[in-house]
Design a protein around this ligand. Sequence first.
Ligand code: PRP
Ligand code: ZN
Ligand code: MG
Length: 225
Amino acid sequence: MLDKSRLRIAMQKSGRLSDESQKLFASCGIKINLQQQRLIAFAENMPIDILRVRDDDIPGLVMDGVVDLGIIGENVLEEELLSRRAQGEDPRYTTLRRLDFGGCRLSIAMPLDAEYTGPQCLQNSRIATSYPHLLKRYLDEQKVRFKSCLLNGSVEVAPRAGLADAICDLVSTGATLEANGLREVDVIYRSKATLIQRDGEISDEKQELINKLLTRMQGVIQARE
Ligand code: PRP
Ligand code: ZN
Ligand code: MG
């Protein structure tokens, strides 16, 4: 059983944010051994437990109050927020600090030979994505009607597989799009990693530890600028 008096922080187990999250913890002086393939890692020198989970699960863990802090991409956070609101929930959390890594954009991409002069070209199209709420918010604003095809992985193969006319997915270097014969036609959301805290009561000890970590992060990030 986990000790609830220890600060619980969720981070991505493997993916674009994991190395940088791990580096940030280390530069804040948290000594953890993340080598083993473990879900939970215990800090040796501070009352902190690190939970290593899928990035998509992190916003929910914070909103449900299961962990105290989480490092997550704003894109995943915003999608979870919109999704929960659509289900009638009123999810709460606090953003402590926008971080200086994990930069990427959520973009619409189409096959190289498809014509695109603006969002109207997507009228009545089918778009594959893992971010249906962010996509809908954008295209509703543009008064574009579309059908979404929800895929949680391999989104980039959807047009070739005949599943969709376009995709809406994260782009970082652009290598995935290029390898799949797709062209980025519109950026709908720009994202970075961010540190969030759960809502609700927290012990003075935990709050002091959070403040100490934030001060250290401030120093680390400023030094990198
Ligand atoms: C995103 C996206 C692409 C890739 C694009 O996945 O779904 O697969 O990154 O990056 P590139 O432009 O550098 O090629 P992500 O890393 O977020 O993984 P996940 O979908 O498994 O969370
Ligand atoms: Zn993911
Ligand atoms: Mg992916």
